[in-house]
Ligand binder design. Sequence first.
Ligand code: ATP
Ligand code: MG
Length: 413
Amino acid sequence: MTPRLRPCLLLHYHEISLKAGHRPMFLRHLRQNLERATADLQPVGVVQFPGRLMLDLEGNPDPDRVRERVGRVFGIANLALAQRVPSGLDSIKSAVGRLVEGRQFESFRISARRAFKTYPLTSMELNRELGSFVLERVKTRVDLDDPALTIYVEVLPDETFIYFDREPGPGGLPVGSSGTVMSLLSGGIDSPVAAWRMMKRGCRVEFVHFHSVPYLGPTSQAKARALVERLTQWQYFSRLYLVPFGEIQREVVLSVPPPARVVVYRRLMVRIAEILARATGAPALVTGESLGQVASQTLPNLARIDEAADLPILRPLIGMDKQEITAQAQHLGTFEISIEPDQDCCTLFVPKHPATHVSADEILRAEERLNLDALVRQGSEGAVLETFEFPPGAGPYPSARRARAAEKESLSP
Ligand code: ATP
Ligand code: MG
């Protein structure tokens, strides 16, 4: 009897497998994220095998959509639409026979792997057995170096996976496995890319956006929302704090000389973001700064910004050129949103010639004239929280629920 071919998506991870001691934790996040990413594309069952994960696609009406979703799940090194068969040699042969039937390929190779060593045949023997089996059925030749078709065969104790093509996954680490960070999100090109890069390193990203309503229109908020909505496709659940900053900027303008203003604004943003970060359990901040890009992003000015923060400020774009950042933004689909014209709070009350080198003394003198505590409180207490989910209607994510519980705890007296 010929065995039934059962379609599935076979997933390999790479970096996770290096983290021996923490592997169960990484895999738990990865599984959870896969389940969430495909929550509206049922039926999809996530099954764990030694060294790989599998999404069972039997009965799934649209495997290509599942594949597209999985292409945004960080932690996946590569993925392949495969067929599952029982691991006996006869059933493997019969499956390979059916899969190559009617296909034309001028050359091929078998790439067989045993995931356990007690299988009666070695990988080499399997390659040879299956190779000659294919040669008996198809007019083709073996080419080990540059084959037109590679037939992958992965043998596990009970089941074997057979597939032809595999594509690279997004790489990185599963969102959630590295903890939570608070990202300062402007409407610009850089900060969404910075947030995405932290997601790729396994962080759940919370967002804070500073706006200048009513001094300026609400477009910067709309852009921040659209950006978060887009980025939520990689982390399934997001929270965005919208902080009124116009009044705070006005206070700064009244007493801080123009050259130091931008750095003072940034230091106030960092202090407010830090309060929100603590409340959500995020032990670090993230910005889209890149060295030398604008006056506030010189080494001395970055140092002044750091001095205002207790939490580490992560700057994943620090060594990237604008062109590289732009290419990445285009790839993510955030670029189109970022280039929409808007009036960001950075365009309000910003001097024509901000200083590229503000000393620690100058900053302290400037800030002495402000009621810092009151301004920071005004910002953090005025923050309005919005939530985003993906797929739409899927609801909050388990780890977000945990984050909320932590928040309640830290806010209660
Ligand atoms: P971006 O393209 O991300 O706006 P930029 O090159 O315009 O960056 P700046 O305007 O100096 O640089 O901002 C530096 C960083 O400060 C931003 O990447 C972002 O992380 C943060 N930031 C600036 N403005 C805001 C804002 N309105 N709300 C939240 N974060 C902001
Ligand atoms: Mg900007």
